[in-house]
Write a protein that binds this ligand. Sequence first.
Ligand SMILES: C[S@@+](CC[C@H](N)C(=O)[O-])C[C@H]1O[C@@H](n2cnc3c(N)ncnc32)[C@H](O)[C@@H]1O
Length: 232
Amino acid sequence: MTVVAVGPGDALYLTIKGREALQKADLVVGFKTVLDVVQPWLEHAEVKPMSYRDQEDVLEYATAQVALGRSCVVCCWGDLNVSARELLARVRRRVDHVELIPGISSVQIACARSEISLEDVVFITLHQRKESSSELEELVHYLEEDRRHIILLPRPFDLMPAAIAGHLIDQGIPGQRTITIFQRLTLDGEQAWSGSLEECRGLTQEFSDLSIMVLPRSAEGSADSGGDQHGT
Ligand SMILES: C[S@@+](CC[C@H](N)C(=O)[O-])C[C@H]1O[C@@H](n2cnc3c(N)ncnc32)[C@H](O)[C@@H]1O
């Protein structure tokens, strides 16, 4: 069983390693939107889309096929080390050995578009199906600390940019702090919006489920950081 992370949406961001695994596979499974990305690279594989409702059944089928000696690829979005823990756990529970082929994350694309480095970033996801109050607390903490830029995955569709900005202002984060929201990175219709937290709180437009937020550290935070330091 191999897990291939397919990148942020544009099929050209799939790695060569991932493409080779897909071309060799007998069976390829994944959520439909993820399979759409790799469609151009599939050759002879049986393709089985899954949904939140039937993912256990599809993974069970894949496990049985692996036991019969067929090679199976489970596809996941972006990179598999970024907010894909639940799917990975479902796969790992079933087979002793899983090969992981990482991909390019939306987080890396957001860094590239914002011209910031990963070593200057704190990454927080609200995109988990559990209580998100601790992540929101962490978000407030790192904004107050103001040492690093923050890259944040909102949670479609109950914790989206306007609600998050409102929460941050209510928690005492200055409304003039800036924020950028990227939608559909690398895909048709890619968009970026930048403004203040206060302006973001007032936004009424609907955001795509493929939205990622960058909250840069403030000018004071940058001045304190001591410039271009090397670290891990
Ligand atoms: C369950 S998380 C998985 C993240 C994925 N493993 C990755 O590395 O990008 C899905 C969330 O990632 C973000 N995302 C993924 N692809 C994106 C894209 N092309 N543009 C903007 N945000 C994206 C969105 O916040 C989306 O709701």
